[in-house]
Design a protein around this ligand. Sequence first.
Ligand code: KG4
Ligand code: ZN
Length: 346
Amino acid sequence: MDPLVLGIESTCDETGVALVRGTELLADVVASSMDEHARFGGIVPEVASRAHLEAMIPTIEEALSRAGHTLADVDAVAVASGPGLVGSLTVGVSAAKALALGLGKPLYGVNHVIGHIAVDELVHGEFPERIMALVVSGGHTSLLLVEDIATDVTELGHTLDDAAGEAFDKVGRLLGLPYPGGPHVDRLAREGNPTAIAFPRALTKPKDMAKHAYDFSFSGLKTAVARWVEACQARGEEVPTADVAASFAAAVADVLISKTIQACRENGVSTLVIGGGFSANSQLRDAAAARCAEAGIELRIPPIRFCTDNGAMIAALGSAVARRGLAPSRLSIGVDSSMPLTTVLV
Ligand code: KG4
Ligand code: ZN
């Protein structure tokens, strides 16, 4: 029988604990401190760390109880050891070390971003040999070539400045929408015309493609939106917010999906997995579905609750690592706030 893996996620503001055996999810519990950050308009690391400390043990207990297991049944402990906020990561890694030491079971420190992809195995089954993966969230925008989810991940490109979700949050603020703005901009965009305003598609010109074929940049786009809105206000006109949101969202989705499809073609990959909180974005989902169908690429996107930060993604990656019989992490591992995306395990 495959090992029972307990996974712990605490990279940002979600305390997530899950139990996975093989590719079967037995329980998944998430506590979030988002409400405590909303009034600051962004995550306050100190507040997040304290919230993890308070939520950690109750979340572990709840996950075990929902799975119908006790700590004695756990065969391995997986934890996100980076990238993320140092204080938040430290709470999760400390808890995982204590469990591994107390239970005498192996500890696996795994990469949070790769976990965003690994979780799809719990939903759509084990990955084929080679897949392309696009991880999009408030903190990350990365294109990964995955030969093996547990051992062989190559980062083809990433954002040079803002993450996709971050750009949405900033445009949300600009349009006077509540924090985090992403979902609000998405909703507003559905009422607007995506071709109303020709916002720039960064790093898509031939001279940029030579060096940055698979890299992204959203900071110039955000500035272009700000300038457009300012010019409109300066003329004393009412800002057509739905059209601005729709045209902005179309520019983000277009660049993300065009580059991803090109990477699939050039690497002979026929399966694309999209993960991370921003994969909830409907403009991205629509563009991905249409363009993948056109290109004959199988598209796998986990349900939203597995796209935002959760414990299942870490337990899923821990399970993939444990199933392959890889050597566990040392109990002296630290946390790595900028853990390279090519590192599956520390
Ligand atoms: O993965 P996630 O939950 O947290 C991070 O690790 O960053 O991603 C959250 C990000 C936020 O920036 C949020 O505004 C954005 O994803 N987001 C969306 C949507 N849902 C979440 N952005 C656009 N459209 C959405 N539907
Ligand atoms: Zn994340």
